[in-house]
Design a protein around this ligand. Structure first.
Ligand code: 3EB
Length: 334
């Protein structure tokens, strides 16, 4: 099997039968969005030539699909892609548990039930989006509420919340429902950590009552292939934000962190070493006014690579950008 990532302007998109699903990134289109598992990442694209981009994972095998507990999914033999969007208003707050926390725990529990039922137990990569990520309610920032619910679901699902956890990102999008897309497989991924950073699942309580449940990256193995996922990566050393208020400095630190995760990947990978210049990138920019500096700085640091820039909120007030990336190698060399 071959899994391909295809990105195109939304206007020219058309559905082919072997698509697992993907994301619609950018401006909300006026018409209906495609019915396959599509994560709607509605946020301004910066410096793009089209208003929206459609990103899809395409296989060379026929896919089967389903819908369960609000999750739209498609799969082939070795892997499954799914998208879940929930309205927080449909959940009840309880003492010590906000609607968002309840929604986050329930969403991850549903995902784990689906993965158990479909026998694709290994979560490889998760994309999390929520509204007002930095807003404090119930005495706790919403990102931290999300972290409590997410970790609780991992623990209740007997998955553990350290070590073998998926690569991920968690981003704030104005007006977004809680939206979670995920890729899972029949084979385990190799989780990657960054020696420059404390593992997020070991963050001290300064960052919330429960640590975030994600790894810094993962090597995943669809049949015949090795995929490197690099999680959302920001200007953090140890567990602390560095270069607050210095957007070029945050570009440099984020890139150094990506380089460190690539180096870890290359210690464990089964194909040729991965390099900065071959990755596809998505960059979240907190303040649109920083875009020019970020584009120029990353252009120098990353070289001539594919970068999609989006205006979105990062999970700490002092983080001005976050970068995620991936690359794919064939196991037969190349
Ligand atoms: C960080 O390193 C920045 O909560 O799933 C990056 C990637 C971040 C994933 C998540 C959060 C997440 O802590 C934030």
């Amino acid at each position: 099997m071959a899994l391909r990532f295809v990105s195109s302007p939304f206007a020219v998109s058309r559905e082919t039968s072997n698509e697992l699903g993907g994301a619609l990134v950018g401006e909300s289109p006026s018409g209906a969005v495609p019915g396959w598992p599509v994560q709607r990442v509605f946020a301004p694209l910066l410096g793009a030539t089209s208003a929206a981009i459609r990103e899809t994972w395409v296989t060379d095998q026929p896919v089967t699909s389903g819908y369960r507990e609000g999750i739209a999914w498609r799969r082939v033999d070795g892997l499954l892609y799914g998208v879940l969007e929930v309205d927080e208003a449909d959940f009840d707050a309880a003492p010590g548990c906000s609607r968002l926390q309840a929604a986050s725990e329930e969403s991850y529990s549903r995902i784990f039930r689906l993965l158990d039922a479909e026998r694709v137990p290994h979560l490889w990569r998760v994309w999390n989006y929520l509204a007002a990520i930095n807003l404090e309610t119930h005495g706790l920032e919403r990102y931290r509420q999300f972290n409590v619910g997410r970790q609780e679901a991992f623990l209740k699902g007997n998955r553990g919340a350290t070590g073998n956890v998926p690569a991920a990102c968690a981003i704030g999008l104005a007006g977004s429902p809680l939206s979670i897309a995920f890729m899972a497989g029949t084979t385990p991924a190799v989780p990657l950590e960054n020696p420059r950073q404390v593992s997020a699942y070991n963050y001290p309580p300064d960052y919330g009552p429960r640590s975030p449940t994600f790894s810094r990256g993962a090597l995943a193995y669809p049949d015949g292939q090795e995929i490197l996922f690099i999680s959302g990566t920001a200007s953090i050393i140890g567990h602390e934000t560095v270069s607050p208020g210095d957007v070029a400095g945050q570009c440099r630190e984020s890139t150094a962190n990506i380089n460190a995760v690539i180096a870890e990947a290359n210690r464990q990978c089964r194909t040729a070493p991965f390099s900065l210049g071959e990755l596809s990138y998505r960059v979240y920019v907190r303040q649109a006014g920083d875009f020019r500096v970020i584009r120029e700085t990353l252009g120098r640091l990353l070289g001539k690579v594919e970068i999609v820039f989006l205006q979105a909120d990062i999970c700490r007030h002092d983080l001005l950008l976050e970068i995620e990336a991936f690359a794919s190698h064939s196991l037969e060399g190349g």
